[in-house]
Design a protein around this ligand. Sequence first.
Ligand SMILES: CC(=O)N[C@H]1[C@@H](OP(=O)(O)OP(=O)(O)OC[C@H]2O[C@@H](n3ccc(=O)[nH]c3=O)[C@H](O)[C@@H]2O)O[C@H](CO)[C@@H](O)[C@@H]1O
Ligand SMILES: C=C(OP(=O)(O)O)C(=O)O
Length: 433
Amino acid sequence: MEKIIVRGGRQLHGTVKVEGAKNAVLPVIAASIIASEGKSIIHDVPALADVYTINQVLTHMHVDVQYENNTVTVDATNDLLTEAPFEYVRKMRASVLVLGPLLARYGHAKVALPGGCAIGSRPIDLHLKGFEAMGADVHVGNGFVEVTTNGRLKGAKIYLDMPSVGATENIMMAAALASGRTTIENAAKEPEIVDLANYLNKMGAKIIGAGTETIKVDGVRKLRGAEHTIIPDRIEAGTFMVAAAITGGNVLIEKAEIDHLRSLVSKMEEMGVRFIEEPNGLRVIGPKKLKATDIKTLPHPGFPTDMQSQMMALMLNATGTSVITETVFENRFMHVEEFRRMNAKLKIEGRSVIVEGPVNLQGAEVAATDLRAGAALILAGLVADGYTRVTSLQHIDRGYVNITDKFAGLGADIERVREIPVQNISMKRVEVQ
Ligand SMILES: CC(=O)N[C@H]1[C@@H](OP(=O)(O)OP(=O)(O)OC[C@H]2O[C@@H](n3ccc(=O)[nH]c3=O)[C@H](O)[C@@H]2O)O[C@H](CO)[C@@H](O)[C@@H]1O
Ligand SMILES: C=C(OP(=O)(O)O)C(=O)O
């Protein structure tokens, strides 16, 4: 079994570079299959497990995908298969993002239903309502969702009950080839939505308003491949911001995009952390003593749910009572039990967690319950007494490239090891005797 072992007590110093954003690259690679002409060349693609999964989904559909030196080249001009089986969707929910592009280009798409996951039930009803509003038939059965349309989709006015990131992306992609105008109201405003719209527009789409709550898409007949560079990962940047702060260190986070990080920066400033904007990134200086604060996760530009568990680690080291309220996902507190194993004082009250700090965190064996929880446990390990052993690394590998090396480069005492299971060790002893 692989583990990340951290020994707490080192201040972090130096420079770390942020990768391209996972949550931007997945929809962009999915969107590349709309192009019936030309190749797409996508730069700054991080070497993440999720990127390999989306590339496998495309390869399964007969798309020609090449991945070398952080660049993905996609040629989708073949006749494509319009199905994505459970094998892929099970590994990564974002596989559902091929629905919109396939429906738009072929009038058909069939994808395994994603089901729930550790952070919540995560339905896709809003994606499907959007497709239906554009004239598609939706059929759910035998663990699959199948969407079909006779001829082109028709532009429609679509109001999202909540600003879902995935639904906004899927509908925007489907609308790109629909006849007439589609208006998405109460659309998600995340920077990753803007990145996807920019890429689609380079492909020949006509999208305005991405990044605001109303997106207008005027459908075109055809899209062609385009060259695009993925935006920096604001959640990876945020994770290193917390690492600098929690250890009282001084770290330059190269390529961190301050405009994408306002809510996090403002909360960390309240806690006493200092930020300096530099030409190539953001410098983060941790204080001697952190102050408690409260956060409530919300759709962008509110506080990102993907930074909630890392902030919990920071609050455990702050003086006073902090309150975290999670409004985006109904079950994103699985890491609370793991933090408790490290001596954390945490109380769950409905959708809030009350954090009493500062505590003397103690190293323990803990499991990453999702990718951000895994990162948060490493952050706690950076300041805990003794050794913290983090398991279930497959979650962390979905969203972080070389996290161990990056922390080690900043001076952390951390390594990734493959441990021989206990039963194998005792069998070996028996053999020797
Ligand atoms: C690959 C990717 O980009 N993942 C991000 C994306 O996930 P994802 O796109 O899945 O998140 P959504 O914005 O769609 O989900 C937000 C909330 O809406 C609910 N919902 C969503 C769709 C739907 O049809 N019906 C419905 O009820 C979800 O259950 C959740 O409670 O945005 C989340 C919220 O910022 C982030 O945490 C994820 O990291
Ligand atoms: C929840 C996340 O991702 P996904 O939607 O891919 O599960 C995340 O990036 O924190």
